[in-house]
Design a protein around this ligand. Structure first.
Ligand code: FAD
Length: 288
């Protein structure tokens, strides 16, 4: 089965989120068209955990990307609160439109999701996809350089990560982080644990101050002083923050690429201008 890192020195990929049902589909098409021009190895499409299948437009956005013929979609799929039949429905839809790669996730616990699902952890979903669909899907999973926020320790989190990988994962994508040293420490621990699949580093360019609180609470990542200084100085001016945030992310990526990273996954927040700026600097480095 495909390995995300096969045949290339560094994978370069993007994440987008689908529009709400009430929003027009035109805008996301513009976003994916612009991102596809940058020739990413894949574009991953998020999935709203616990939402009903018909409200989730992940499959539709994956279809847009697949139909372009120029990049491939990776469909996120969460299992919290889902029954096997609901997961089956999505798997069949994805298979029908030619999607071959799934990022299998549990999803965040949410008090609004009351249905008791058939899956407890992402590892259960991964095992289910692999046993039900065989090699029809290449399965990726998430990992957390700062440790997952529900985990008692990073050691325990990595033991749990190994369960996911052993269930049939061929690659990992990290939660966003802003301090490369945090990532290197994590990578060393993962290596010692016997996990051998490639890890893509998830990078989130901070280009406006509205993102910050959400980003910190979601990721648990530490903010280096270098970044907090940038935000304090430029945060009140959108243009300046765009320049400062994309520069910070670019320098983070350049340093990671020089440290033999498997790949970079850019959290684009559906903003192709951010991806374009960063890509223009790092594209020449991806083959080294
Ligand atoms: P799990 O792997 O199940 O881990 C959750 C917790 O359970 C961890 O503390 C882990 O240590 C523990 N654990 C795992 N397996 C076991 C086991 N077998 N036994 C005991 N304990 C175990 N959320 C969305 O809603 N939609 C998205 O599209 C989405 N995309 C994401 C993409 C990436 C790259 C990342 C990093 C996260 C994404 N998330 C998304 C967020 C994710 O759903 C949450 O972080 C969620 O809380 C955990 O998901 P998981 O798949 O890592 O869960």
């Amino acid at each position: 089965m495909d390995n995300i890192n096969e045949g290339r020195k560094h994978v370069f990929s993007f994440e987008v989120f689908p529009p709400k049902q009430s929003t027009s589909f035109e805008k996301i098409k513009e976003v994916t068209d612009s991102l596809i021009e940058l020739e990413p190895d894949f574009i991953s499409v998020t999935y709203g955990a616990g939402g009903s299948i018909k409200d989730n437009r992940t499959v539709e956005v994956c279809k847009l990307i697949a139909n372009s013929g120029k990049s491939k979609p990776v469909a996120h799929l969460t299992c919290i609160g889902s029954k096997k039949e609901e997961i089956d429905e999505i798997l069949y839809s994805l298979n029908k439109i030619g999607v071959k790669d799934i990022l299998a996730l549990r999803g965040d616990k949410n008090p609004n999701v009351t249905q008791k699902g058939d899956f407890e952890h992402a590892s259960d979903l991964i095992y289910y996809i692999k046993s039900k669909m065989g090699d029809k899907f290449n399965v990726l999973a998430a990992c957390y350089p700062a440790g997952h926020n529900e985990s008692v320790s990073q050691k325990q989190d990595i033991i749990n990560l190994k369960k996911k990988v052993d269930a049939g994962v061929s690659g990992l994508i990290t939660q966003m982080f802003f301090d490369n040293e945090e990532f290197y420490r994590f990578r060393d621990l993962v290596e010692v644990s016997g996990i051998e699949v490639p890890i893509e580093a998830g990078i989130m360019p901070i280009t406006n101050t509205r993102q910050i609180e959400k980003v910190i609470s979601l990721s648990g990542a530490s903010m280096p002083a270098r970044l907090t200084r940038l935000i304090a100085k430029y945060g009140r001016n959108d243009d300046a923050m765009f320049d400062a945030g994309t520069s910070f992310a670019t320098s983070q990526i350049v340093e990671l690429l020089s440290s033999d990273i498997n790949g970079i996954h850019l959290y684009t927040m559906n903003n192709p201008a951010v991806a374009k700026r960063i890509h223009s600097v790092v594209k020449g480095l991806l083959k080294f």
